[in-house]
Design a protein around this ligand. Structure first.
Ligand code: FAD
Length: 318
């Protein structure tokens, strides 16, 4: 690993100031569970690492600090009661050890697990070294995206992101040029031609907290995933769903999928089909996968995603 200066910030504002304007020469570290692997493999070679872990946690009522650990989120009684999808997504992630160290902010901003991204000997759109190596027929792409893609076919890795989008969460961000609050969904906006970075955060911009507002939609929400190993593994596909039912009629619904596109994938065709009508789980499961364009090695993910949508909506309707 390349030697770097290690700075510890007292709050998010100071950390953001230390990072801004330095590009890849400075990176933030929260729990370090993702960052350290990238430093060790020299995929990131910053001159400065800014440690956030002593920053004031900065969360008020209705907020989750970006420094809350996944274990804390999974165990939080208010989150479990009002945002079950978020608590379940945190509980299903990784291992107990990683959940004790990995934070909300780090989980939302973690880098893709695509093996071509993590191996410098291959070209990679996200690393800025050429075209995506996972897209061509015959590439090792069994864990990759099944929905139309722009320049990258990696699969979004975060458990929390789809769950937070499903319950309508926002993220509060800090930057020397001005703080802002974004819908969690906007954080991953790919723009018209794909985006190299994993989020739309500006250079040096940090997530301070996630803002959660209780609602009937968020209260009736769940998260389901399928992975190859039960012990610990990233999801092959995941579904976070939230449903507001009124006398059997769908008032509102959100279905957000992980592991199937480079960013969390909103199954809008299925949502539109359900809204204002009697809940039809089978039709929603079909609509959710209708636009899938799997790669040479991952057609198996299509029926898995349909089944996860079926399971999530069936659970929410009972
Ligand atoms: C064995 C293993 C299995 C895993 N399985 C899963 C899984 O099933 N599901 C899942 O979702 N994740 C999984 N993970 C990933 C894990 O959840 C993440 O590594 C962890 O959540 C990252 O949090 P961290 O605090 O350690 O982030 P760090 O490693 O410190 O940072 C990760 C990235 O986020 C940036 N960052 C950190 N905090 C902020 C902030 N507040 N604002 C802006 N940027 C920030 C850092 O600069 C860095 O780029 C797994 C990891 C391992 C090692």
């Amino acid at each position: 690993m390349k030697a770097f200066a290690y700075l510890t910030a007292d709050d998010f504002e100071a950390a953001s100031k230390a990072l801004a304007g330095k590009g890849p020469r400075a990176v933030a570290k929260a729990g370090g569970t993702d960052l350290l692997t990238l430093l060790k493999s020299r995929l990131l070679e910053p001159d400065e690492v800014v440690n956030l872990s002593r920053a004031k946690r900065g969360a008020g009522k209705g907020e989750l600090s970006a420094l809350a650990t996944l274990a804390e989120v999974a165990a939080d009684a208010w989150v479990k009661e009002n945002f079950p999808a978020v608590a379940k997504a945190a509980l299903e992630a990784a291992t107990p050890q990683v959940r004790n160290a990995g934070t909300v902010g780090g989980n939302l901003c973690q880098h893709t697990r695509c093996w071509y991204f993590r191996d410098a000997s291959y070209t990679c759109f996200k690393r800025g070294t050429g075209d995506c190596s996972a897209a061509p027929d015959g590439a090792e792409n069994r864990y990759h995206a099944i929905f139309p893609h722009k320049r990258c076919v990696s699969a979004h890795p975060s458990n929390l992101a789809p769950a937070l989008i499903a319950v309508g969460a926002k993220v509060a961000c800090v930057h020397p040029d001005g703080d802002r609050t974004l819908d969690a969904e906007i954080l991953y906006d790919e723009g018209p031609s794909g985006r190299r970075s994993d989020t739309i955060l500006r250079e040096g911009e940090l997530i301070r907290a996630v803002l959660l507002e209780p609602s009937p939609l968020a209260k009736r929400s769940t998260y389901v995933e399928l992975r190859e190993r039960q012990s610990f593994d990233f999801a092959l596909a995941s579904v976070a769903a939230a449903l507001d039912l009124d006398g059997g009629i769908v008032k509102d619904v959100r279905i957000v999928c992980g592991g199937v596109a480079p960013v969390p994938y909103r199954a809008t065709a299925a949502e539109n089909l359900l809204r204002g009508r009697k809940l039809d789980v089978e039709a929603a499961a079909r609509a959710a996968v209708a636009g899938a364009t799997p790669l040479s090695g991952n057609g198996y993910k299509v029926p898995i995603l349909g089944e996860l949508v079926r399971r999530a909506l069936t659970e929410l309707s009972s």
